[in-house]
Design a protein around this ligand. Structure first.
Ligand code: HAM
Length: 423
């Protein structure tokens, strides 16, 4: 039987895993500087959580959820995103108790969406995300955007990125807008695609950012939310935009940006990457404010805010833009031996070297010098030494620098000091 990984999933090993770890360590150290602490949540949650938070009528819930019933008949779903779970944990564990200020949580999660797989779109994918919980000022929205832009800059991606931003208002304003949009789109029913026709009654906002219909002039001229916003909303949006400009963050106000999750209110944004290789655009990072999700999940009337960056898309972008990864697997030394006996006599010395965090490789059972030397070259080691019984007697080995072919005599019991001097 030949087994294959499920469609839309991938195995991580070698360079891809090294790159993932490097990217994560950069992201973690960036968010630490903003006071975020890490959180991990379960891979599956109750189905109802996602239906209520992401929204019953969204594509994610209607078409993309992996759901199952467990042995006790509980309806569960593999998480399609992190925000709902983080908010659930915040509420369930009463992280807000005895705390008047904001709670900042960062996460790295694997997520599941039944989508059509393609480059940068998977069925199991990963996000690095952050959430501010109990937000009291739109200065948090500004800081959140500064952090997102800092991530983009840190990975040298700014020249390939466009920040799209919009202001969605509150639920009441949105309901009025949706009502007006429905009335408007009904007049153009015959010009809408089947997908949009389906959305007309359940989620007409998605017609605005539909790939096909979004380009049609009657959709572009559809009623705007702007007219339902009050002076305070306009003031806040303006202040956020002004702060972006004064922090040298370029943006484009896109009034068709509604995002694919229902919980957003207020500011929403996407950092869209244009591939220099394929010229195709994809959203690398997306987020926004959610004013009701915490309360709707059973918690206090508090506001949340956050974003998530798709890790597979980030790695794709970094490889396309020739980002120089530092963390290439480095092998310090390959040791070869002439016999089983010589090998075993050196094992404790090898353990000592490894305790000092140097990488030592041995091709066990291969007692031929030439074959060992070829192995060292293939493994891209810095040094190679072939050790025989005589070397052990004299306590001196010949170390070859594989790049320069220089031969260096080193006392066997001083090998670790030699390597330390080298670094
Ligand atoms: P989202 O826009 O659905 O937002 O996803 C965020 C990012 O995850 C996307 O920009 C993309 O890079 C990546 N992504 C989404 N779907 C896939 C996929 N099928 N394959 C590969 N990558 C994908 C959220 O999930 C929100 N929870 C973000 C957020 C946090 N909002 C507030 N806080």
């Amino acid at each position: 039987m030949n087994y294959k990984k499920p469609r839309g999933t991938q195995d991580w090993y070698g360079d891809s895993l090294e790159q993932l770890n490097e990217v994560l360590s950069i992201l973690n150290s960036l968010v630490k500087a903003y006071g975020f602490q890490n959180i991990m949540t379960p891979t599956f949650e109750s189905l109802d959580l996602f239906k209520k938070s992401v929204g019953d009528t969204t594509d994610i819930v209607q078409k993309e959820l992996y759901t199952f019933v467990d042995k006790k008949g509980r309806k569960l779903a593999l998480r399609p995103e992190g925000t709902s779970s983080v908010v659930r944990a915040y509420v369930e564990d009463k992280m807000f108790a005895n705390k008047s200020n904001v709670t900042k949580l960062a996460y790295f999660l694997n997520l599941f969406r039944y989508e059509r797989p393609q480059n940068g779109r998977l069925r199991e994918f990963h996000q690095f995300g952050i959430e501010y919980l109990n937000v009291n000022s739109h200065l948090n929205d500004i800081e959140c955007l500064i952090l997102a832009q800092q991530i983009i800059n840190k990975f040298n991606l700014s020249k390939y990125i466009q920040l799209k931003i919009n202001y969605l208002g509150n639920f009441e304003q949105r309901q009025l807008w949706i009502k007006e949009l429905k009335q408007y789109f009904v007049k153009y029913q015959d010009q809408l695609t089947d997908d949009s026709l389906q959305r007309l009654n359940i989620n007409p906002l998605r017609i605005l950012d539909d790939k096909i219909d979004g380009q049609k002039s009657f959709v572009k001229q559809a009623p705007k939310l702007e007219k339902f916003l009050n002076d305070e909303d306009n003031k806040i949006f303006k202040e956020i935009l002004n702060c972006l400009s004064s922090n040298e963050i370029n943006y484009f106000v896109d009034d068709s940006l509604v995002r694919g999750l229902d919980y957003y209110t207020g500011i929403v944004f996407e950092f869209v990457y244009k591939s220099p290789v394929t010229e195709l655009e994809s959203t690398l990072l997306g987020g926004g404010r959610y004013s009701h999700l915490i309360q709707q999940t059973g918690g206090p009337d508090q506001i949340g805010l956050g974003f998530a960056i798709g890790i597979e898309r980030l790695l794709l972008a970094l490889n396309e833009t020739n980002y120089s990864f530092k963390n290439k697997h480095s092998l310090d030394i390959v040791l070869g031996f002439d016999s089983f006996k010589t090998t075993t006599k050196c094992l404790s010395m090898i353990t000592k070297i490894r305790e000092n965090n140097y990488c030592v490789e041995i091709d066990f059972g291969n007692y031929k010098k030439d074959k060992n030397a070829r192995f060292a070259i293939r493994q891209n080691a810095k040094y190679f030494s072939f050790i025989d019984e005589n070397d052990l007697k004299n306590n001196v080995i010949k170390l070859e620098n594989i790049k320069t072919h220089e031969l260096i005599n080193v006392n066997l019991d001083k090998l670790v000091y030699f390597l330390k001097g080298e670094k």
